[in-house]
Design a protein around this ligand. Structure first.
Ligand code: GLN
Length: 237
């Protein structure tokens, strides 16, 4: 019943896709780490509940939340209207936008230059939606049409395909793009006007109590500097 659902779980089971540095990645010791993970651990600690991290494909996260395999998603996930029909979102903890990764000698300059080009994306992401011409947010601009979209399970697969002469560009969130360009020679980032995207924690639909509690902890962590400290440690290193 609705009443049963509206409780704080004893354990936060966080679904993520640890292929999205610096927000989540598998570190040298094969442990899942990153900004989102550290943030969720701190939230769980403050709520005095246990935490477990489950690594899965990005496109499976919302479904896992709906089927209750997990009860939170921290995956650099942008709040958008389609997802909001299936899940509830916390307040935003990070603002991002889409950029293009291209080879250093590429002439592509604008999102609209992608028309007729092969573009790699991570399946099910807002980068996928942008390249597909879906207007995933009120402010999404420009709407890109006529792109030959190639979908990959991980962003890094798309980047490898770009390096190997497959796709002409990769559309992906800015900070992961910066990590991929840093770790792969011969690539550059092209920034064009793209909508602001707000990363939020996705939570089961209808558990207002949980949303409130998570928002309370996020607010406290914003106000006491904890979130800024984590940003400095993981993102703006
Ligand atoms: N922010 C993008 C989205 O929400 C990408 C997230 C990701 O690939 N982990 O779709």
């Amino acid at each position: 019943s609705k009443k049963e659902e509206a409780t704080i779980p004893e354990k936060i089971i966080v679904g993520t896709n640890a292929e999205f540095p610096p927000f989540e990645y598998v570190d040298d010791n094969k442990k899942i780490d990153g900004f989102d993970i550290a943030m969720m651990k701190e939230i769980a600690k403050r709520m005095d509940v246990k935490i477990e991290i489950k690594n899965m494909e990005f496109k499976s996260l919302i479904g896992s939340l709906e089927s209750k395999t997990i009860n939170a998603v921290a995956a650099g996930m942008t709040k958008d209207p389609e997802r909001t029909e299936a899940v509830d979102f916390s307040d935003s903890y990070y603002t991002s936008s889409q950029v293009m990764i291209v080879k250093k000698d590429s002439k592509l300059k604008k999102m609209t230059d992608l028309k007729g080009k092969k573009v790699g994306v991570q399946e099910g992401t807002t980068g996928d939606k942008l390249a597909t011409g879906e207007n995933f947010g009120e402010k999404q601009k420009p709407v890109v049409k006529g792109v030959d979209v190639r979908r990959f399970p991980k962003g890094v697969n798309a980047v490898m395909d770009l390096k190997n002469g497959g796709v002409d560009a990769v559309v992906i969130d800015e900070k992961p793009a910066m990590e991929f360009v840093k770790n792969n020679k011969g690539l550059k980032i092209v920034r064009d006007k793209a909508a602001e995207e707000y990363y939020c924690i996705a939570l089961p639909k209808g558990n207002e109590k949980l949303v409130k509690e998570i928002n309370k902890q996020l607010k406290a962590m914003k106000e006491d500097g904890t979130l800024d400290k984590l940003k400095a440690k993981y993102i703006d290193k």
